[in-house]
Design a protein around this ligand. Structure first.
Ligand SMILES: [Zn+2]
Length: 415
């Protein structure tokens, strides 16, 4: 299976004319498009990941030969709920501007509204993710852990400043490139914080191993603290190279958590639903066993465990915030390393002096607005709005891209 676009005879028309243009999944959409000369190492288009909320492919951008990730947002117009969820994810991907948060570089040109069924987004391509790294035999030093944790928190600070809760922070959603730059991805479950504490929020969030105790205990309302809990679980997993709380069911998940933290006080369970609280009180009282965290590995130093214990706090109101976690001395070295050679916000001058940015962990200027969601009341309406939104996003200075349905790779993709 050959590659994308940069083949001769390329795009003298729209998609259908692209038959002769090789096996590329993505291709230029306009008649004036002249593909660049073939690059040296042509790599085939291939799937790189499957998640609950889409398939991701590694493809070549035919306009410049760069390797990028192509994500298909699935089941877009199945129901009003799913179409609004996809629209929200799409708007977020276009909103984000932060080094540690994955954002949309491009959206494929949609067909005419009558044929509009699928949405494809192009993002930066990162080779690996934290899950693959943790289960690999690759050595992880304390420097690795610090720089990863720093970047997770740096990205989350930005998201939380936009009032966005990610709600599915897990190692597989933290992409990593070969230089250890990390980006938070997959916003399929993300939503804007609910300021109204009486409003019911769904429990169907966060992969169980990383799910905060208040969600496990049926809290009707929860906050950005659920993401911090997930980061704590990942921090523990980085230190111990195994999942911190790996249980078979939500009830057993809570058991494992209380084995470590001890039985919570009534006060600490005030967000829980009545049934969960009663269940907890029926069991014998467990003492906390936090010193077990020192046995995770030799990398679990006093400083590391000190920070970890503040993330793994039962009561979400007493759990450390992302901003306070970033101020913990454990992360000083991670910050220094990141801004010395990995970031894009600082630079090295011609006389080899490093010019540091004034703001190491920037926040967004504007919060993410979700008022538009409330006005959408039918699938057709979402479809029209989304079509309009995508058309507006298309950068007029670049050739729009579209799917090449003749590509063998795409045919297997579609299957
Ligand atoms: Zn920097």
């Amino acid at each position: 299976m050959a590659v994308v676009g940069p083949s001769r005879g390329g795009a003298r028309g729209s998609m259908s004319v692209m038959q002769g243009a090789g096996q590329a999944v993505v291709t230029g959409a306009q008649s004036y498009y002249h593909p660049p000369p073939p690059s040296q190492d042509l790599q085939p288009d291939r799937p790189i990941g499957y998640g609950a909320f889409g398939v991701v492919w590694a493809v070549t951008d035919p306009r410049d030969g760069r390797r990028v990730a192509l994500k298909k947002l699935p089941n877009v117009f199945q129901s009003l709920v799913s179409s609004k969820r996809v629209f929200r994810e799409l708007k977020m991907l276009c909103f984000f501007k932060h080094e540690n948060v994955l954002s949309a570089q491009d959206i494929l040109q949609p067909p005419h509204l009558d044929f509009f069924q699928e949405i494809y987004v192009i993002t930066e391509l990162l080779q690996s993710d934290l899950h693959k790294i943790i289960v690999s035999p690759q050595h992880l030093s304390s420097d690795h852990i610090k720089v990863f944790l720093y970047q997770i928190l740096r990205g989350l600070k930005y998201l939380h400043s936009a009032r966005i809760l990610h709600r599915d922070i897990k190692p597989g959603n933290l992409l990593v490139n070969s230089n250890c730059v990390l980006k938070i991805c997959d916003f399929g479950l993300a939503r804007v914080e609910e300021p109204d504490k009486t409003k019911l929020m769904t429990q169907e969030v966060v992969t169980q191993y990383y799910r905060a105790p208040e969600i496990l205990m049926g809290a009707r309302h929860y906050s950005a603290a659920v993401d911090v809990w997930s980061v704590g679980c990942i921090f523990g997993e980085l230190l111990g190279r195994r999942i911190l709380f790996q249980a078979q069911s939500p009830v057993l998940q809570l058991e494992l958590i209380t084995d470590l933290l001890g039985t919570p006080s009534l006060e600490d369970m005030r967000h829980a639903c009545e049934g969960a609280r009663t269940h907890m009180l029926r069991h014998r009282t467990k003492p906390p066993a936090l010193s077990a965290l020192y046995t995770l590995s030799s990398l679990a130093t006093h400083e590391a465990v000190h920070l970890l214990c503040q993330m793994l706090v039962f009561d979400p109101d007493k759990r450390i915030t992302v901003v306070d976690a970033l101020a913990h001395p454990y992360l000083d070295e991670g910050r220094l390393r990141y801004h010395s050679c990995m970031c894009k916000c600082c630079y090295t001058t011609t006389n080899a002096m490093r010019q540091y940015t004034v703001d190491f962990e920037p926040v967004t200027q504007h919060t993410f607005d979700d008022l538009w969601e409330k006005k959408l009341t039918s699938i057709q309406q979402v479809k029209e709005e989304m079509h309009k939104f995508i058309t507006e996003q298309l950068n007029s200075s670049r050739v729009p891209l579209c799917i090449n349905p003749q590509s063998a790779a795409f045919k297997s993709f579609a299957r």
